[in-house]
Design a protein around this ligand. Structure first.
Ligand code: 7RM
Length: 479
C-alpha cells in the first residue's frame, strides 16, 4: 500500500477469502494491471491456498500483465514466467530509497470495494490529500497519540479500518504500530491479551464483535495477562452494546476510556467519536469530531428533536470523504441526493438531550412492528444483555396484522443449553429492556451467524434464507 502511494499507483486491497469470481469482478472493474498475492494464508492453524484462486480469477481478467507472488510456504510450485514474478526476486537489488512522486492533492490514492446490499460492489475512491488530512488528524486526537505509544489495531487490512487505522493514520503520525495475523481465539482466547502484555501496547482498537466473541470464554483469559500498559481503547464497526462495553472496560483495568468511533468506508476517517477527555456513555459514539457537522433528520431533511429516531446525516463536506464511486457517478449521487442538502450515511440514529448520538443500525435493517420503528441494534443489545446470550441477530418478517414480526437468531455462551425455560427468560429480558414491541416472536438458537470479515452481521442473508429468497451478493461473507 505504501509503495503504491509513494509512486502514485492506485491500490485496491481485497479480502483474501474471496472466491475467484468475486476477485475477478473487482479486478475487472478496476482494470488492474498487477495482482500481488501470497501463495498461501494461515487460518486457525490451517494453510489456505490463495494462489490457485488468483490463477482461476486472472483467466477472466484481460488487463492483468503480472502476478507477483509472496512465498510463505517453503516448497511452493514453480511460477510461470514471465507473467508470474517472485516477490523476493523482484525487489532484490532494488535501491533502498525511492523519491515520492509529486501528485495533485485530488489524485486517487485507492479504490476499496464495499458491498452494496444488492448488485455489484461499489468501488469507493479516496484521494491523496484529503484522506491523509482526515486519517492523520483523527488518529492523533482520538487516540491522543504520543511518541512512546505502542498502537495495536486488530482490523483486517482488507477493511477500511485496516487502511485508515493500521496503515495511513498511525504511520503519518510516525507511530509505533503492532499488527497481528489471525483470529482472537486462536491458539487460545488469550491471544490478543498476550500480545498486549508482550509488546507493552498502550492503545488498542478493536470491534464489538471480537469483544463479544472473547466474552464467551469468560474473564479468566484477560486476567492471566498484565494489561497495565493500556491507556486508551477503541471500538469500531457496529454499535457497541452496553454489556460488551462494560466487559471491555472492566477486563482492561476499569479506568481506560473507550473511544466508540463511528465512520464508514465512504467517510474515510472517523466522524463521530469521543476524545479521551469527553465524558462517555456506554453505547454512544458521543459527538462529532471537530469540523464535522452531523444531525438526525427525517426523510425531508428536517432536524428531529432529542430522542427521536431518524437518519444520520452529515451537513457539510469533510477532507477525507470519498470522491466518487469508481466508474459509477450515478451511484455516488445517491449519497448526496437522497435527503436534500446533506450526505446520507444510511444509518438510523437518535440524538439525546446532551447532543450525544446513538447509532441503531442500517436504515435497510429497520424493523417496523405495529407502526414502531425498531433498530436492529436496540433489539440485539437487549438480547445480549441476558447472561446466557453471546451474540444475537434479528430480522423482520412480514406479518399480517402488525406489519412485521421479529425473529431472533442467538448464539449461547459456552456451557449454556437451549430449553423452553431459557427462551422464556430471554424474552422476559427483552420485555424488561424494550417493552412488548421489541420481544421476538421467534427465537432460533444457532452456532454461528453470517458475518462479513469486519464482523458485521449480514442480516439480509438471514432474512433471504428465512423467506426463501435470493440473498444477492454474498462474496464478503466470512463463513
Ligand atoms: C469503519 C466501518 C460502516 C457502517 C456504518 C455503521 C456501522 C461503524 C460504528 C457503526 C455504530 C459505531 N466502515 N458502524 N462504526 N455503528 N457505532 N462506532 O465500519 O464501511 O465497513 O461500515 O458500520 O452502520 O454505516 S464500514
Amino acid at each position: 500500500m505504501l509503495a503504491c502511494a509513494r509512486i502514485g499507483v492506485i491500490h485496491s486491497v481485497v479480502y483474501s477469502g474471496f472466491s475467484a469470481p468475486a476477485l475477478a469482478s473487482r479486478i475487472n472493474d478496476a482494470e488492474a494491471k498487477v495482482v500481488i498475492t501470497a501463495d498461501v494464508g494461515f487460518d486457525r492453524g490451517k494453510t489456505i491456498p490463495l494462489k490457485p484462486v488468483v490463477d482461476e480469477a486472472v483467466k477472466t481478467c484481460p488487463t492483468i500483465d503480472h502476478v507477483v507472488v509472496v512465498r510463505r510456504e517453503v516448497q511452493g510450485p514453480p511460477l510461470s514466467t514471465p507473467k508470474e514474478i517472485d516477490w523476493k526476486e523482484w525487489i532484490e537489488g532494488e535501491r533502498p530509497v525511492c523519491e515520492a512522486e509529486q501528485l495533485d492533492a485530488e489524485a486517487p490514492l485507492y479504490i476499496l470495494y464495499t458491498s452494496g446490499t444488492t448488485g455489484k460492489p461499489k468501488g469507493v475512491v479516496h484521494v491523496h490529500g484529503g484522506y491523509m488530512v482526515g486519517t492523520y488528524t483523527t488518529t492523533k486526537y482520538v487516540f491522543d497519540l504520543k511518541d512512546d505509544d505502542v498502537y495495536f489495531c486488530v482490523a483486517d487490512p482488507g477493511w477500511v479500518t485496516g487502511h485508515s487505522y493500521i496503515v495511513y493514520g498511525p504511520l503519518l503520525n510516525g507511530a509505533t504500530i503492532l499488527t497481528a495475523e489471525g483470529k482472537p481465539d486462536y491458539p487460545n482466547p488469550g491471544r490478543w491479551w498476550d500480545l498486549i502484555e508482550r509488546y507493552g501496547v498502550s492503545i488498542f482498537y478493536t470491534t464489538p464483535t471480537a469483544i463479544r466473541l472473547l466474552m464467551r470464554y469468560g474473564e479468566d483469559w484477560p486476567k492471566k495477562f498484565d494489561l497495565s500498559t493500556l491507556r486508551i481503547l477503541g471500538s469500531v464497526g457496529e454499535p457497541i452494546n452496553p454489556e460488551a462495553w462494560e466487559w471491555y472496560h472492566r477486563v482492561t483495568g476499569g479506568d481506560k476510556p473507550i473511544m466508540d468511533t463511528w465512520w464508514q468506508t465512504e467517510t474515510g476517517s472517523i466522524l463521530i467519536t469521543p476524545l479521551p477527555t469527553v465524558p462517555l456513555k456506554p453505547g454512544s459514539a458521543t459527538r462529532p469530531f471537530f469540523g464535522i457537522e452531523a444531525d438526525v433528520v427525517d426523510r425531508e431533511g428536517n432536524s428531529l428533536p432529542a430522542n427521536a429516531g431518524g437518519f444520520a446525516v452529515i451537513k457539510k463536506p469533510w477532507p477525507s470523504m470519498m470522491r466518487t464511486i469508481y466508474k459509477d457517478p450515478e451511484r455516488y449521487k445517491t449519497y448526496w441526493f437522497t435527503i436534500p442538502n446533506c450526505y446520507t450515511a444510511g444509518d438510523i440514529c437518535h440524538k439525546d438531550a446532551d447532543g450525544y448520538l446513538w447509532f441503531m443500525g442500517r436504515a435497510d435493517d429497520v424493523i417496523k412492528v405495529a407502526g414502531n420503528r425498531l433498530g436492529t441494534a436496540e433489539v440485539e443489545s437487549a438480547l445480549v444483555s441476558h447472561p446466557a446470550v453471546a451474540e444475537a441477530a434479528v430480522i423482520g418478517k412480514p406479518h399480517k396484522t402488525v406489519g412485521e414480526s421479529i425473529k431472533a437468531f442467538i448464539i449461547l455462551k459456552q456451557g449454556e443449553q437451549d430449553s423452553p425455560v431459557l427462551i422464556k427468560s430471554i424474552k422476559d429480558q427483552v420485555l424488561k429492556e424494550l417493552g412488548k414491541i421489541g420481544v421476538p416472536s421467534e427465537i432460533d438458537i444457532v452456532s454461528s451467524l453470517p458475518k462479513t470479515r469486519s464482523g458485521k452481521i449480514m442480516r439480509r442473508v438471514l432474512k433471504a434464507k428465512e423467506l426463501g429468497q435470493d440473498p444477492g451478493d454474498i462474496s464478503t461473507i466470512e463463513e
